[in-house]
Design a protein around this ligand. Structure first.
Ligand code: SAH
Length: 350
């Protein structure tokens, strides 16, 4: 299999052009074609002989679209196939203030949270930095006429901090001045909570928006819905967030899925308040997106907003996040699961 050209950063592209005896400035030309998700035919400012050499070793479009579903609110869920034949999902979310793309960083996920569709079949493999980037490049090209892409959220399938090197390389690639040049402040990384790698991010100078999927403020409750809670305590996580804030100066986000009757009571308000005391943060409340074969339910809208108000009363900055695209199998991994299930069904029929 060929290496995706978009896996290479400017230093690696410079080494590549030098290897083929080309002048150094060609690295920037390559970078601009990569950012436009051009096919080799469109590399018209480079010598044909060089393109033939590149084509022997590298691919320029590592993802092909399998299907897409457009929601009534304008969100588009794409299902892509990688060159190795794996299926991954990405979502385009149009907003008044700019367009974001939610990317996957792994095929499947090894974290196995009870409410999440991505982890249902375990982890298959890590995506390379270029495969993560290609999701953004493809969608930016597809949405060129409506402003492209201005924001990235790493909230698709997979755990970014369990694919640490590729996640960091992807962030640097998408942030590169000759690439899409998307600012650190416009990139969000969401993690189920691996404290050592949260600190590593800060040490590596990645000052993006960090979101921790908290979902319960006590270890007992968290253990009931998230396997990772058996490994790290909520105190350890909050300590890591505190250090991340100290190093980067970036307010952190706590994601909190609302599950009816489980984590949306007065007891939980107090637990959240006590846990987050003194931390510069904001809590995003997300009514659970029901997934296939999972019995957990979201609370009513009224109950969700009441919970939010109670948090504010005790001094916790919080808001209820609107879940976009839920009419197109909005929760991570569901379009892929349903497509695979439909195919299996069709194969069985024929
Ligand atoms: N592994 C990372 C990022 C991927 S999941 C993480 O855990 O943060 C992105 C976000 O979607 C996480 O906050 C996750 O908990 C949430 N999520 C997963 N399934 C969901 C569902 N059914 N309803 C609402 N949010 C969900």
């Amino acid at each position: 299999m060929k290496t995706p050209l978009c896996d290479l950063n400017i230093d690696e592209l410079t080494a590549l052009v030098e290897k083929y005896g080309q002048p150094k400035y060609r690295a920037k030309q390559l970078m601009r074609h990569i950012a436009a998700y051009d096919c080799f035919d469109e590399y018209t400012d480079l010598p044909k002989s060089f393109i033939v050499q590149l084509d022997g070793e590298y691919s320029v479009r590592p993802l092909t679209e399998v299907t897409r579903v457009t929601a009534s609110d304008g969100a588009v869920r794409y299902l892509f196939k990688t060159e190795s034949g794996d299926l991954i999902e990405s979502v385009y979310l149009p907003h008044d203030y700019g367009n974001s793309v939610c990317v996957s960083c792994q095929v499947g996920c090894g974290m196995d949270c009870v409410f999440c569709a991505s982890g249902k079949h375990g982890l298959v493999r890590n995506l390379s930095a270029g495969e993560i980037l290609a999701q953004v490049l493809y969608i930016a090209r597809d949405r060129r006429s409506v402003g492209g892409v201005n924001k990235i959220v790493m909230m698709g399938s997979g755990e970014p901090l369990a694919n640490y090197e590729n996640t960091v390389k992807f962030i640097r690639l998408v942030n590169a001045p000759d690439g899409l040049n998307i600012g650190m402040r416009s990139i969000s990384v969401s993690t189920c909570g691996l404290p050592d790698n949260i600190l590593r991010l800060a040490d590596d100078g990645i000052s993006c928006t960090l979101s921790l999927s908290l979902h319960a403020a006590t270890d007992d409750k968290r253990k009931q819905i998230m396997k990772i809670a058996h490994k790290y305590t909520v105190k350890q996580l909050v300590e890591a967030l505190r250090l991340y804030f100290d190093k980067t100066g970036r307010r952190v986000i706590l994601e909190y899925i609302l599950i009816d009757g489980f984590n949306d009571t007065k007891y939980d308000v107090t637990a959240i308040k006590d846990l987050l005391k003194g931390l510069c943060c904001h809590v995003n409340l997300i009514p659970l997106n029901p997934t296939d074969n999972c019995e957990l339910k979201p609370p009513s809208k009224k109950r969700a907003y009441a919970f939010c108000e109670q948090l504010k009363v005790v001094g916790v900055s919080a808001s209820v996040r609107r879940s976009m695209g839920s009419d197109v199998a909005g929760a991570c991994g569901q379009l892929k699961n349903r497509t695979v299930e439909a195919k299996t069904l069709n194969n069985k029929k024929s």
